[in-house]
Design a protein around this ligand. Structure first.
Ligand SMILES: [Zn+2]
Length: 280
């Protein structure tokens, strides 16, 4: 991609925003190029309107150099190993189970599967935009990792931003999404509380806009909630938030979460929120 002449990049930018980014986009551009590249190159170099050659589109890789850690909540195999999952770990303000199984829709679509699918979609989008992305788990049939480890992965990666993705399991009439951000606990997270709050607001705004889901009707204020009891936040030394994408026990939201197109919408909205924060 980087080896391509600037003129080709400029053409790609004009033809398709996803030049080389996706299989279909790349193939289409690749097929068109050989027959006409000479003419196009000549045309590009003709100073029509004297537009200075805009090299590659300025936002082709807006997240180049940024590191994002994505934590898909829970794990599909957690139910198989209660001893490991229930083992207590220290999250600084209290002791909590290493992990939990998470919730599910009334139809049996699990939060672990939902969060993993959205996370994989999010990885693709962010990588296309140039970010280096790391997941805290790479399958949905394992156990854990513990919440302490999920935080440690973000810290070790020196993530510019980290996000833990969840779906809530509240009373069926409750609906809407909310963001959870860390509070000061007189611990290492304190220094990223402010940045996490800015990240949370950016993701809240992008999520509302991109998905059309309402702010939570039952938690937080304007979809923002601050907590000091979550290991994934308390132990983070990088800007980090949780998102509860909605209530999996609410029929309307459950139906949306089970639709792959809607999950793509969620992933795109999250990517846009992260990008807004990372570029600010
Ligand atoms: Zn969860």
């Amino acid at each position: 991609m980087r080896a391509l002449p600037a003129s080709v990049l400029a053409v790609c930018g004009l033809i398709a925003s996803a030049c080389g980014g996706t299989g279909t986009g790349g193939a289409a551009a690749g097929q068109a190029a050989p027959a006409t590249s000479a003419e196009q190159t000549a045309a590009e170099q003709t100073p029509v309107g004297r537009t200075p050659a805009k090299q590659s589109p300025p936002d082709a890789k807006p997240l180049e150099g940024k590191v994002v850690v994505i934590d898909p909540g829970h794990n599909g195999g957690n139910y198989r190993d209660p001893a490991a999952v229930n083992r207590k770990v220290n999250v600084l303000t209290k002791w909590k189970p290493c992990d939990t199984t998470g919730t599910q829709t009334n139809g049996g679509y699990t939060e672990a599967a939902f969060s993993f699918d959205v996370s994989k979609r999010l990885v693709k989008i962010l990588e296309t935009r140039g970010a280096t992305v790391k997941l805290t788990r790479t399958s949905n049939n394992g156990v854990g990792p513990c919440i302490t480890e999920r935080a440690a992965i973000g810290n070790k990666a020196r993530a510019d931003a980290a996000i833990s993705i969840h779906g809530d399991g509240a009373a069926p009439a409750n609906h809407g999404f909310h963001i959870i951000m860390p509070k000061k606990i007189n611990g290492p997270v304190d220094k990223v509380v402010g940045a996490s709050s800015r990240l949370g607001i950016d993701v809240r705004d992008a999520f509302a806009k991109g998905t059309g889901l309402p702010y939570s009707t039952y938690i937080g204020r304007n979809a923002l909630d601050y907590r000091n009891d979550l290991g994934g936040l308390n132990l983070s030394t990088v800007p980090k938030i949780f998102i509860e994408c909605g209530n999996m026990r609410n029929a309307a939201e459950a139906a949306k979460f089970q639709d792959p197109k809607f999950r793509q919408k969620i992933a795109l909205a999250l990517a846009n929120g992260l990008q807004h924060y990372l570029k600010a």
